[in-house]
Design a binder for this molecule. Structure first.
Ligand code: NAD
Length: 499
């Protein structure tokens, strides 16, 4: 069986802790590799290497750093299929979806090519007599990030591309469930010209995360994952004096107004609810039709579409709608929550509990589920299921629908489907959620805007990518300088004249 490594100081390095985690092929259920889980000593050694490498990189001019990003984009395109294959094999998502994962990360790398412009700083000429004032954006030093399983290419790139182009060293602790692509990315960016030790990958679990949290040299931590872990990392990281940004879980509502194009809304719900097996933080997991008639018509349109979904391994062609979930434990958890929904009185309109795929009986496939008449007190409404399960909560009015989304503890994304501009505008203005779609089910901002939720979906002040990333990965220094120019009398400086 393949033994994966860490990526330290420009080389693949075997783990020495003696602890490993299994990496599955979710389509077959087989263990295909084992990944080393770093201990504190291994993590701290990587930090020392990063700290030694960072000053020279931080002093390299931004244009040269941007050129590494340019070349990295070329290499990502060159190796797209190879990366997507490795990604699908460990994560389970379809091949087009895996390419999308890489492409969305690549777009952040492209945005980072603008670093010379973003890092230019500010200058005020003659802030006083003979006085100039300027602000610099300087790198933090050694930075780190902890990423989830569901976007093993995009989310690491969201973090390490801006961190590195700003002149920092970065240590990535990826998800232990699909660590191969992050290792490949580290190798690839060095081929693009990044010096050794600037991007390192330390695989691991809580032990490696805690080593990052308690290492004094690590200046900042980015985290994306579930809310309880986000809260833990934010609290602990801040208490250790670090700059921390953590992005957590979600329960995204889509409101369907009576005037919406219901075919369009149903298509959107199927893509946003079941794509990537529902394992997206921007997946729509709650449909809120307004009015009984809208709800009845929507369910009528959804059922045949959901029943037609093709579930299968990434190897069976590009027309597969979604693949397996990531682990047997994830599958078990989803089916347990579905059972809770049934027990608590929700109507299971599409029942995927008996789903099984011939030839892949041991794979972690989960059939599509659709619930109707879900109420806010039910566990399936309160909990992030992170699987192919869509819940319908019927609302009597627009205000009731809006209130539902506003009262939910998560606030990552949301959408409204309507033909009415007033309603859409009111929704966009009043909703307390970070990313809003109007007739767009998954409103993921592009790289040059910022990505982030509100409420329990985020801990920290700045968002991912866009201009916020340049703020997060730099520190501002403001210099006030005074030179006695222009006050020469007979070739002598007249300092007195300046007062
Ligand atoms: P997770 O929280 O289980 O794991 C995320 C990372 O934290 C992994 O690297 C993992 O090794 C580490 N970790 C796990 N347990 C830990 C512990 N006890 N102490 C310290 N570190 C620990 O999340 P996941 O299952 O990999 O990913 C799915 C979750 O991520 C979902 O909740 C999803 O909504 C969320 N997510 C959020 C966003 C966003 O931008 N808001 C994006 C993608 C995923």
């Amino acid at each position: 069986m393949q033994e994966l490594t860490h990526y330290i100081n420009g080389a693949h390095v075997k783990g020495t802790s003696g602890r490993f985690a299994d990496v599955f092929n979710p389509a077959t259920g087989e263990v295909q590799a084992k990944v080393p889980l770093a201990n504190k000593d291994e993590f701290d050694a990587a930090v020392e290497i990063a700290a030694a490498a960072q000053p020279a990189w931080g002093a390299t001019n931004p244009q040269r750093r941007a050129r590494v990003m340019m070349k990295f984009v070329d290499l990502l395109n060159r190796d797209m299929d190879k990366l997507a294959e490795a990604l699908s094999r460990e994560h389970g998502k379809t091949f087009p979806d895996a390419k999308g994962d890489i492409q969305r990360g690549l777009e952040v790398v492209e945005y980072c090519i603008g670093a010379p412009q973003m890092l230019k700083g500010e200058f005020t000429d003659s802030a006083g007599p003979g006085i100039d004032m300027y602000s610099l954006r300087q790198p933090l030093g050694v930075t780190g990030g902890i990423t989830p399983f569901n976007f093993p290419a995009m989310i690491p790139m969201w973090m390490f591309a801006p961190a590195i182009v700003c002149g920092n060293a970065f240590i990535l602790k990826p998800s232990e469930r699909d660590p191969s692509v992050p290792l490949m990315l580290a190798e690839l960016i060095e081929e693009a010209g990044l010096p050794k030790g600037i991007l390192q990958v330390v695989n691991g679990d809580k032990e490696a995360v805690d080593a990052m949290l308690y290492n004094d040299t690590v200046q900042s931590i980015g985290f994306v994952g579930s809310t309880p872990i986000a809260e833990y990392i934010y609290g602990t990281g801040c208490s250790q004096g670090k700059r921390v940004q953590c992005f957590g879980g979600a329960k995204n509502h889509m409101i369907i107004m009576p005037d919406a194009d219901l075919d369009q809304a149903a298509d959107a719900l199927v893509g946003a609810g079941y794509g990537a097996a529902g394992e997206r933080c921007m997946a729509i997991s709650v449909a809120v039709p307004v009015g009984e008639e809208t709800a009845d018509r929507l369910i009528e349109k959804l059922v045949p579409r959901i029943e037609k979904l093709k579930v299968g391994p990434y190897t069976s062609g590009d027309d597969v709608d979604y693949g397996p979930v990531v682990t047997a434990q994830a599958k078990e958890n989803i089916l347990r929550l579905v059972q809770t929904g049934v027990d608590q009185g929700a109507e299971l309109v599409v029942d995927g509990r008996d789903f099984s795929l011939q030839g892949y009986e041991e794979g972690f496939f989960v059939g599509a589920h659709l619930f109707d008449r879900v109420t806010p007190d039910m566990d399936i409404y309160k909990t992030e299921i992170f699987g192919p399960v869509l819940s319908t909560v019927r609302a009597g009015s627009y205000e009731e629908a809006l209130g539902l989304a506003m009262d939910h503890e998560y606030g990552n994304g949301t959408a409204i489907f309507t033909r009415d501009g007033d309603t859409a505008r009111d929704f966009a203005n009043r909703i307390n959620i970070g990313m809003v779609g109007i007739n767009v089910p998954i409103p993921v901002p592009l790289a040059y805007h910022t990505f982030g939720g509100w409420k329990k979906s985020v801990f920290g002040d700045l968002n991912q990518h866009g201009p916020d990333a340049f703020k997060f990965y730099t520190r501002t220094k403001t210099v006030t300088s005074r030179w006695p120019s222009g006050i020469k009398e007979g070739g002598e400086f007249n300092f007195k004249a300046m007062d």
